[in-house]
Write a protein that binds this ligand. Sequence first.
Ligand code: UN1
Length: 515
Amino acid sequence: MNPQTALHSAESAEQARTADPAARIYLNLIGGVWVPARSGRTFENRNPARPSDLIGTFPESGREDVEAAVQAASRAFKTWRLVPAPRRAEAIYRAAEILRDRKEALARAMTREMGKVLAETRGDVQEAIDMAYYIAAEGRRLFGVTAPSELPHKFAMSIRQPMGVCGLITPWNFPMAIPSWKIFPALVSGNTVVIKPATDTPASAHHLVEILVEAGVPEGVVNVVHGGGSAVGVPLTESAGVSMISFTGSSEVGKMIAERTAGSLKRLSLELGGKNAQIVLEDADLDLAVDGALWGAFGTTGQRCTATSRLIVTRSVHDEMVSRLVERAGKLRLGDGLEPGIDIGPVVNRGQRDRVHAYVEIGKAEGAKLVTGGSPAEDGALAQGHFYKPTIFDHVTPAMRIAVEEIFGPVLSVITVSSFEEAIQVLNGTPYGLSSSIYTADVNRAMRAIRDIEAGITYVNGPTIGAEVQLPFGGVKETGNGHREGGPTVIDAFTEWKSVYIDYSGKLQKAQIDR
Ligand code: UN1
């Protein structure tokens, strides 16, 4: 099937309706054909602000669907790897233009599916656009290195080669941006992919893939298999036809994937949890620090791996920071993210909301002082959705579970320290190391923080969220396994190095021996 035919199938798939007239029937994409799960089973996707709003049904796939997709991707790899990288990049560039033209509609669909407010879903689509333009340019780079040979009449270089079929497992909090960080670099490098999007946000990933088909990516190069972690994610990680797995999600699942794939030694690029902190020193601009903490803690309803979940303040600014934060947090407007004036959307599903609340109960039992929020928001229309009040705990100590474990919701823990040194020590005292931030006017302490903070990202006088696509993204310790998606380093995650020696001396030369 050529891409155009695949596109028509996509349109007919899109036109199919469930019994609910607003809802659509979505399908898997395998080898350029839109197909249901072999089992015929489906799962539902609902709006977290109004769960009565059914967005669509998606295939509840299993191992055989995964294997069919991996085989299609393996077949497509034979030809895609030979397409010159600048040509591969042209398809990604076309996808960037389509994404840009449809940004508003894609953002609206994403808010309906995932809940975060429209300004933020526009940002999510923009991040996919940024990544597409950035990676399209990489098609004319994919730089290798040349080095002098130690022998005469001999040429030495290292080149990048694609890996084969990449299995991509993506989360629901950045439903288009994170798939774009993985799909575009994988494709420009000459790989083919099978993606398993999160079951909470399958439509946004579907829209991205549809755009790639429209942009002319040949059949089998991008395949989508919808379904859950055990039914689809596990077979994908176990498939012998998959050369590498890129996963963004919790450290717990990341470790399970690492264990399951240990026997095959396939490459894993893992971007996992965070317990990110913002430090506020006594010389900080407090207006800026309050704005940053609110945005970092409650933007995306706290559901970013880079979210600010700890605020580490020096004693002299503690009272001022906490009282200002409590006042401002109380004024944030919760609601359907498609409505104007809303600051915070719902938590993605009921299970996540219950999990956030369970952590709030843990915090109270540990003796932290709840100063605002601390319960589901159920006034009026909010009662229908999975809303949770922006929550702040004061008097948190570094060993409390709410100061150590990733909550992934709108909960901020305030920890008071006596010095800059103690602030850094507390910041580093979790198993995670993704993002971090320090507010200070003292350039010497800012520079020491940049050196001493154990994290993949450090912001100075900015919140812990807001990474840009052209820099490496990822973290240290239990946040990952050393890969960085984003920036030039993303190409390392999706390529193998090959070193090449060309001897034009016409005789046998022996390295290390002929001197
Ligand atoms: C995430 O935190 O899950 O840096 C991804 C940011 C966004 C990406 C966040 N550009 O906040």
